[in-house]
Write a protein that binds this ligand. Structure first.
Ligand SMILES: O=C(O)CCC(=O)C(=O)O
Length: 298
């Protein structure tokens, strides 16, 4: 099957865009999970969160969007059908949708706390800020490292990508570039782009909108899957990731949340009762990624 992946088109599944390895069978074995996380740069665990919690969260978020006229009438609300040229609703950070009790039962599920407690061998904490997204038609996320957005605290921050419903690859799934966190070919990228902070440096955040460019220039291989409600994908600050393009007529509903060991320093932008978020990024003169890349020579 042909899949639109940012500015690239790829076959899925293929060598270029392959299948994530499911770690579900190793849930009781943290040593195996730690080793795999170190070598692959990610862990994908199918059915980690109770799908009933995810379904309840989905219902609440789409109801919130429907109240704001963001859904096409005449369809079940939980299908999240978009009106033509329709508007989306900003769901990022702290708002009635992200602080809804039913929604938090999924985003801060006890299954996640147990998973990270086992993985770290320490007590975890989760960032208060939630990156909840209803991603519309033809939209995608470009390739980036999360360190450029949240690198001021622990080096052991884990992003957790949570599909809030079943999400097939053509609806915009998260893909990671295996090998990007430790591959030799990425060394200069980690030393340049990977040292950037979007609020300090006033540079755009995505490194590229063309995932094929990443593997051709630096190596690694892209992996994703057809996600089901209850699955999670987690990775570290230096794992390059991006999303496939949503080519359907339904919103892709997902949330990225963050975990880290509780005893390590936190990035002040994302924790507390009212996290301040990005305070300078994209405000005022901004260096384009093309300019920054030419300066770094990557
Ligand atoms: O969901 C997306 O499109 C982007 C998510 C992302 O970049 C992340 O989880 O860090």
């Amino acid at each position: 099957m042909k899949v639109q992946f940012g500015l690239s088109e790829m076959d899925y599944p293929s060598n270029e865009l392959g299948e994530l390895t499911d770690s579900r069978a190793d849930l009781g074995n943290p040593d195996v999970l730690r080793e795999r996380f170190t070598s692959d740069g990610y862990l994908y665990v199918s059915q980690l969160i109770d799908p009933a919690k995810v379904a309840a969260a989905r219902k609440r978020i789409f109801a919130y969007m429907d109240e704001r006229d963001a859904l096409e009438g005449g369809h079940p609300i939980v299908d999240g059908v978009m009106p033509r040229g329709g508007k989306t609703v900003n769901l990022m950070g702290s708002n009635p949708a992200t602080s809804d009790r039913e929604v938090l039962r999924a985003l801060e599920a006890e299954e996640l706390f147990k998973f990270f407690s086992d993985l770290y061998g320490e007590t975890p904490l989760t960032f208060d800020y939630k990156w909840l997204r209803a991603v519309g038609n033809e939209k995608f996320t470009g390739s980036h490292y999360d360190v450029v957005y949240m690198g001021r605290g622990s080096e052991r921050v884990n992003t957790v990508w949570i599909p809030l419903g079943d999400i097939p690859v053509e609806q915009g799934t998260l893909a990671i570039c295996e090998g990007s966190h430790n591959g030799e070919g990425f060394a200069k990228l980690r030393e340049t782009y990977g040292k950037m902070d979007v609020d300090r440096d006033h540079v755009e955040g995505w490194f590229s909108e063309n995932p094929r460019e990443i593997t051709e220039k630096f190596g690694g291989s892209w992996k994703t899957t057809n996600f089901r409600a209850g699955d999670i994908l987690t990775f570290g600050l230096y794992t390059m990731h991006a999303s496939t393009t949503n080519t359907t007529n339904r919103f892709r509903l997902s949330c990225d949340v963050r975990f880290q060991p509780a005893d390590e320093p936190t990035d002040e932008r994302w924790v507390g009762s009212s996290p301040k978020g990005h305070y300078a990024w994209m405000k005022g003169p901004t260096v384009t990624m093309a300019q920054a890349r030419s300066r770094w020579g990557v």
